[in-house]
Design a protein around this ligand. Structure first.
Ligand SMILES: [Zn+2]
Ligand SMILES: [Zn+2]
Length: 198
């Protein structure tokens, strides 16, 4: 459904006099852009967060056909505790934008790739994406509880939150959930270690 909607839009717009091209050199930045690249696009307001898109097609008329990335707070489900600060959802919202709107290229990693980056390697323009967002249906997939869940709060992984492994319950526990972890019957090891260190 998603693909056919996008295809339909593309066909409607492809009647003008342009060709699809394999790459373009962006005039302002001299970046070579390819289909599949992720780009930062100029925001409309001075305080609006930067917009991120994935290039589907590049055109000889200096337009590009894109898919927008959504931030968690822009979806019907809203931002949840497990969403990372740099998390984006790839949407099926396609659009045509001028190449002039491109400010820079950026990276949108998978969660695994993002986790593998060292702290110093992460840039403000490094993002990750593990969900897709169907804008028409307002639906995020996969559903969050189908992902591996961690901690006593039973949440998908959030790369921004520090966790300790508790050998007693065999769970990774968020540092911020340590109180709740200790409200259980057992005095777990992570807690004992912490207490001993105090
Ligand atoms: Zn937790
Ligand atoms: Zn425990």
């Amino acid at each position: 459904m998603k693909a056919s909607n996008a295809r339909k839009k593309r066909d409607d717009k492809s009647r003008g006099s342009f060709k699809y091209v394999d790459y373009v050199e962006h005039v302002g930045t001299h970046l070579i852009l390819f289909p599949g690249d992720c780009v930062l696009l100029r925001s409309e307001g001075p305080v609006a967060p930067v917009s991120v898109a994935k290039i589907k097609y590049l055109r000889s008329d200096l337009q590009m056909e894109i898919l927008w990335f959504y931030r968690p707070e822009e979806t019907t489900e809203g931002r949840k505790a497990f969403h990372g600060k740099q998390e984006l959802l790839l949407s099926n919202h396609s659009d045509i934008q001028s190449l002039e709107a491109v400010e820079d290229v950026c990276k949108v990693y998978t969660l695994c790739q993002y986790m593998a980056l060292g702290k110093c390697e992460k840039d403000i323009n490094d993002f990750f994406s593990r969900f897709e967002y169907d804008v028409g249906a307002g639906r995020v997939s996969p559903v969050s509880h189908s992902l591996p869940l961690h901690c006593v709060c039973n949440s998908p992984y959030n790369p921004d939150l520090e966790m300790n492994f508790c050998q007693d319950c065999g769970l990774w526990i968020h540092v911020c959930c340590e109180d709740e972890h200790q409200d259980g019957i057992n005095q777990c090891r992570t807690y004992r270690q912490k207490s001993n260190n105090r």
